[in-house]
Design a protein around this ligand. Structure first.
Ligand code: NDP
Length: 335
């Protein structure tokens, strides 16, 4: 079997030398465990945080340890009740070709849907958009929503659900092609290329033009210049579900956007509801999410994009690129 381990902790943006591809012997499942051959691995922005040795909502990856991650795979051998050879399952396999996991930590997948959807549109990122929009965005028809990383699995779910509920939806995305996908594939009313703006003021002017009535919901995926641009455009009683802050992962770009007193004042004066949330607190909503969204995906009413890298050995480069916007849609590695 092969696996990708954390060779050293990155300084800022990760580089290939921070990872190591290792080979070893195939694990043997113990009682109640299942041996899985991984077919698809999910790459997610949160993994950058796991590479640092800092206290967070989840433990760091140890040096030399397998990079954490969710995979989809085929059961090769089962010693757990309810699982049989040939089943397609998903669980926290790590960046590895094979994994042994307890049956209690695995979910069998509906064979009528492409297995990779369990990692994106019908998995953790899709659930994040669904839970966060309903619980913390509190959308109302006629309102305006702005979301960054809008063609990714979280942003595209948020945008499509908000549109379905009758909101005006504005995508912030990197580059002309992603902006085209935002409006044509995901139905956003407008799309703005944040990379085409040198500073927050210029980006703000573009967003203001697309949102003449101000912004009621800013879905925070990215922070940085986008946050700085949107904050003054927030309407009174606006909501900001704080989902991610990818522009600041790795500690870069923080000094230039340290405008805490102004931000804090906006929250007070505009009575904003700023709600940080971590999806792991909301897994109990997964069945309701799946019941609502899976039929819409099957009917093509909710669109999704996947960016597929080939081979476990290419996972580090795909991950490094994704953090910089190199992915178009949910980043997956096909093994
Ligand atoms: P994406 O697949 O959308 O990938 C990340 C995207 O972030 C890139 O493609 C890029 O898009 C954008 N990006 C990178 N750097 C910047 C920057 N400096 N400014 C603006 N945009 C940038 O990711 P996901 O949909 O999987 O995740 C989106 C966010 O949600 C992340 O912050 C993630 O950490 C967070 N998240 C939080 C969860 C929670 O429980 N709170 C759960 C899941 C995800 P572009 O090229 O368009 O700029």
């Amino acid at each position: 079997m092969s696996r990708v381990t954390l060779a050293r902790r990155p300084k800022g943006a990760p580089v290939p030398e921070d990872f190591k591809l290792e080979t070893g012997t195939l694990p043997t499942p113990a009682t109640d465990e299942v041996l899985i051959e991984v077919t698809h691995l999910s790459l997610d922005p949160y993994m950058r945080g796991r590479m640092d040795d800092v206290k967070s909502y989840a433990p760091s990856v140890d040096l030399g340890g397998t990079m954490t991650g969710q995979g989809v795979g085929l059961v090769l051998e089962s010693k757990a009740e309810g699982f049989a050879k040939g089943d397609t399952v998903t669980g926290m396999t790590g960046w590895a070709s094979h994994a042994c996991l307890p049956g209690s930590e695995l979910r069998k997948l509906d064979p009528s849907l492409p297995p990779s959807t369990a990692l994106g549109v019908l998995g953790m990122p899709g659930l994040t958009g669904w839970v966060g929009l309903h619980n913390f965005g509190k959308p109302k028809a006629g309102e305006t929503l702005v979301v960054g990383a809008a063609t990714g699995p979280v942003g595209s779910m948020v945008g499509q659900l908000a549109k379905e509920l009758g909101l005006r939806t504005i995508a912030i995305a990197g580059g002309a092609e992603k902006c085209r996908l935002a409006t044509e594939t995901f139905g956003f009313d407008a799309a703005i290329d944040h990379r085409a703006h040198d500073d927050a003021a210029s980006l703000r002017a573009a967003i203001a033009e697309a949102a003449p009535g101000g912004v009621d919901i800013y879905w925070e995926n990215v922070a940085g210049q986008v946050l700085e641009a949107v904050m003054p455009l927030m309407n009174v009683h606006g909501r900001i579900p704080v989902c991610g802050m990818i522009a600041w992962y790795g500690g870069s770009n923080i000094a230039e956007t340290n405008q805490l007193p102004g931000m804090w004042r906006s929250i007070l004066v505009k009575r904003l509801h700023v709600s940080g949330f971590i999806i792991f607190d909301h897994w109990d909503e997964f069945p309701a999410f799946l019941a609502d969204v899976a039929p819409k995906v099957a009917k093509g009413e909710i669109a999704y994009l996947e960016d597929v890298a080939e081979g476990l050995e290419n996972a580090p480069n795909a991950f490094i690129a994704m953090l910089k916007g190199g992915n178009t849609g949910k980043q997956i590695v096909k093994l």
